[in-house]
Design a protein around this ligand. Structure first.
Ligand code: NAP
Length: 278
């Protein structure tokens, strides 16, 4: 197929590398000419341009820009697309994206590959980023079946695991497993650095090891991405944060009241439940 990618960063570049290795022709559009040149040099695209007209003869276009510019990008892009071209996106939030983009292009299906790294930009792109990763598609009642089939025909051979769900269910689920962990991990770091005693803080810096590395990892990532999660998934994230705060209050109560039996019951429950997620 002839595939278009708009936004040649970590996700767009990785998709290009993977799709080209499966024999597809990949054309890219990005914001900076330097990125376009690097995408060609790295083999992520057959050709790239700053001009959306390069997308005119594509079968499927993947929108891989940051969430904040997706709507404006689609407005610029659609005059260049053939009516039968399928448009999909890779945004980490689906309710807002589907509500905003579906009215602009009938052949649209929302998507979200659940893979990433702490890096960004074309240099960070990896050919096997999506291997064995979940790939969520969020068709609605108005999404043409052909749009879903074409996107699946491209991403399934990359050894992704495809899931279909409603955009709002997607957003509630990723609030729990992706967006809430970023906020709680960031809050953990923020609370630690609030330690008023400099000797204790210095000692904590020196002693931090694997436990702190694991629990602080997602809170020490790209601030822009964290703000995007909160901004575009505000309702679901707020709901999860309130539920998390209630659970934290329960833990505090158990500890303050030396209620070790209740604390142990909770920790036993979480020890068992963790394996259902991973
Ligand atoms: P990224 O590495 O920063 O790449 C985004 C690219 O978009 C940049 O390289 C930039 O290209 C380009 N861009 C920015 N504004 C543009 C515009 N107006 N027109 C065309 N291109 C533009 O970010 P990313 O991590 O790939 O994220 C891209 C999308 O994937 C986001 O919507 C995000 O929600 C989603 N996502 C991210 C992850 C993750 O873990 N990172 C995982 C799943 C989904 P230039 O270099 O040319 O400026």
């Amino acid at each position: 197929m002839k595939v278009g990618i708009v936004g040649l960063g970590l996700i767009g570049g990785s998709l290009g590398l993977a799709l080209r290795s499966h024999g597809h022709t990949v054309l890219g559009v990005s914001r900076q000419s330097h990125t376009c040149r690097r995408a060609i040099d790295r083999g992520a695209v057959d050709d790239a341009s700053l001009d959306h007209s390069l997308m005119h003869a594509t079968d499927v276009v993947f929108l891989c820009t940051p969430l904040a510019v997706m709507q404006a990008t689609v407005v610029e892009l659609v005059p260049h697309l053939a009516a039968e071209t399928v448009l999909t996106d890779v945004g980490s939030v689906k309710g807002w994206v589907v509500e905003t983009i579906a009215p602009l292009w009938a052949n649209f299906v929302g998507g979200h590959p659940m893979a990433g790294t702490a890096e960004s930009g074309i240099e960070a792109a990896l050919p096997d980023l999506f291997t064995h990763a979940p790939y969520v598609l969020t068709p609605t009642e108005t999404t043409p079946a052909r749009a879903v089939q074409l996107v699946e025909a491209l991403v399934q051979p990359l050894q992704t695991q495809i899931y279909h769900c409603h955009p709002d269910d997607h957003d509630r689920a990723v609030a729990w497993i992706s967006h809430l962990p970023v906020m709680t991990s960031a809050s953990l770091i923020a609370a630690c650095i609030g330690e008023a005693n400099p000797t204790v803080l210095e000692l904590a810096h020196a002693l931090a090891s694997s436990g702190f590395r694991d629990t602080s990892r997602v809170g020490g990532g790209n601030p822009e991405l964290g703000v995007m999660m909160a901004r575009y998934n505000q309702a679901a994230l707020t709901r999860s944060l309130h539920a998390y705060r209630n659970t934290l209050d329960q833990v505090i109560t158990h500890i303050e009241h030396s209620d070790w039996r209740s604390l142990e019951a909770l920790l036993k429950q979480t020890q068992q439940a963790r394996s259902d997620f991973l």
